[in-house]
Design a protein around this ligand. Structure first.
Ligand code: FES
Length: 160
């Protein structure tokens, strides 16, 4: 004995398949756009401001004429391409150059010779003035160091 169902039969009209396909393509494109809209801010958050600034410049070295005369315990702010950077001549005669772009949200940091530290006034981030290491506050990464070569003509700073 067979049972007969009284369910309606779906019959596709000509052109209905094409409409369904167009809908799926549009939904897929909207999904991709939505994913990209979500992913880009995440990418921007994960890429540090310092890296973004440095990658935007094609400059690989800068020569700071007469910077060898910089007194001990002082700093020279300069531009590495378009990115702020600093050259520090420490009291122990050690020379250090690093980016001056805070790795938190990109504020320009300052060298404080009295405390021998680098400070970001935006949110109180602190970095080690010798190594650029992030010491306290919100900065997630150290400041990027450059290579330094001191000569009688000046100081050459290049990407490490
Ligand atoms: S931008 Fe430097 S601590 Fe926030």
């Amino acid at each position: 004995m067979s049972e007969e169902t009284n369910l309606p039969t779906i019959v596709e009209e000509p052109g209905e398949t094409a409409t369904r396909r167009a809908f799926l393509v549009a939904a897929g494109a909207a999904g991709l756009a939505y994913t990209a809209a979500l992913a880009y801010p995440i990418y921007r958050y994960l890429a540090s401001p310092e890296e973004m600034a440095l990658s935007a410049t094609a400059v690989t070295e800068v020569t700071l004429k007469d910077a060898q005369k910089l007194p001990k315990g002082s700093v020279l702010m300069f531009k590495f391409g378009t990115s702020p950077a600093m050259l520090i001549h420490h009291e122990n005669d050690h020379w250090v150059a690093m980016t001056a772009v805070c790795t938190h949200l990109g504020c320009t940091v300052q060298y404080e010779p009295q405390a021998n530290r680098i400070h970001c006034a935006c949110h109180g981030g602190v970095y080690n003035a010798e190594t650029g290491a992030n010491v306290s506050g919100p900065p997630p990464k150290p400041l990027k160091l450059f290579k330094v070569a001191v000569s009688d003509a000046g100081v050459n700073v290049s990407r490490a």
